[in-house]
Design a binder for this molecule. Structure first.
Ligand SMILES: Cc1ncc(COP(=O)(O)O)c(C=O)c1O
Length: 365
């Protein structure tokens, strides 16, 4: 079976993790500090604060901005539920704005959602494509709002030549399926000294000096084993992302002429890192999305639907009454999207196999 994701790990990660095991210093230590510095340099920010996962990075970033009860945070319904859960953990209310056909928040609709209580905008750079950061930063500036970027799927992606996670406060995930991994792990990135200091307190029980707790904090620390793996993965990231782009380019070239199949559109000024290559199976394709997924499974090709149920229709969030708006584009995308394997673990033969399988289903224009 060709998996939908597969981490690229070799001796280098094994040796790095073994060295930490041999040192006996397993929890947060020198590797975390080294990883933080390397990641901050990569993103082009002053500070990076390592966390236990992407969800805790989002929660810590919100708390570092002082967001809590009575506050509202604007984000999108077409995301992994962690984006919205983190807002709720902070005590704030998520306010959802529909997406456009980039799969990201429709920046032109954000201003209408701003209220007296709005404190932040949380764009999600879904599938590895940056959101419209120029328009989003402008609304944020005009209304005095923080921007907390959910960059959990977009390590290394750029908007107008600038890396995501450097516009506002960035939040990354290093979960096993991501473009780079530490197994579980996360990072908060910022140019703001105060936000960085506060995030450090939040993720470590509010500790300033040992056993002196300044604020209510959490244990959201990263381990040195994870960080050691992360240091190696970060060095590989440009090559891994380049391979993703190359595979995406082949899909673009070879699948572009199939009726009813809409390929991912890279918007101007964006460098997409293709965490997912997500096509839309529309009515004109001739087979339904489920039929395509089943057919590909028979051909030993795994696919994914990210996400079949938008946030506002999740049972766990019902009390928040988020479905106050039709979210027409989100609903359409939730019906149509299908992600096909694009990870760097694919061999050239795998890529050909995926292309041939999809072409054998779709009619040529
Ligand atoms: C868009 C988005 N936000 C947040 C998260 C949460 O990250 P983690 O799973 O590391 O907690 C993820 C990852 O799964 C994600 O894809």
């Amino acid at each position: 079976m060709i998996p939908i994701s597969s981490p690229v790990l070799d001796r280098a990660e094994q040796e790095a993790a073994s060295a930490v095991l041999a040192s006996g210093r397993l929890a947060q230590g020198p590797c975390v500090t080294e990883f933080e510095h390397a990641f901050a340099d990569y993103v082009g920010v002053k500070h990076a604060v390592a966390t236990s996962n992407g969800t805790t990075a989002l929660h810590a970033a919100l708390l570092a901005h002082g967001i809590g009860d009575e506050d509202e945070v604007i984000t999108t319904p077409f995301t992994f539920i962690a984006s919205v859960n983190a807002i709720i953990y902070a005590g704030a209310r998520p306010v959802l704005v529909d997406i456009d056909d980039s799969f990201n928040i429709d920046a032109s609709q954000i201003e209408a959602a701003v209220s007296r209580r709005t404190r932040a905008i949380m764009p999600v750079h879904l599938y590895g494509q940056p959101s419209a950061m120029d328009a989003i930063m402008q609304v944020a500036r005009e209304h005095g709002l923080a921007v907390i970027e959910d960059a959990c799927q977009a390590h290394g992606a750029e908007f107008a030549g600038r890396k995501v996670g450097s516009f506002g406060t960035g939040c990354f995930s290093f979960y096993a399926t991501k473009n780079m991994t530490t197994g579980e792990g996360g990072m908060v990135t910022t140019n703001d000294d105060e936000i960085a200091d506060k995030a450090r307190l939040v993720i470590n029980h509010g500790v300033s000096t040992r056993y002196h707790h300044e604020i209510l904090g959490y244990n959201y620390r990263m381990t040195d084993i994870a960080a050691a793996i992360g240091i190696v993965q970060l060095k590989k990231l440009p090559t891994l992302n380049a391979r993703r782009r190359e595979i995406a380019g082949l899909y673009d070239q070879r699948l572009g002429k199939l009726t009813g199949l809409i390929l991912p559109r890279v918007f101007p000024n964006r460098s997409h890192v293709f965490h997912q290559y997500t096509v839309r199976i529309t009515r004109d394709f001739g087979s339904t999305r489920d039929e395509v997924a089943d057919f590909l499974k028979e051909k030993a090709i795994a696919t994914g639907i990210y996400y079949p149920i938008p946030v506002h229709r999740q049972r766990s969030l019902q009390q928040w009454e988020l479905a106050n708006c039709p979210f027409a584009v989100t609903e359409q995308m939730a019906e149509e999207v299908l992600s096909i394997p694009v990870h760097p673990g694919l061999s050239p033969l795998d890529v050909e196999h995926v292309i041939d399988a999809i072409k054998s289903l779709g009619g040529m224009r």
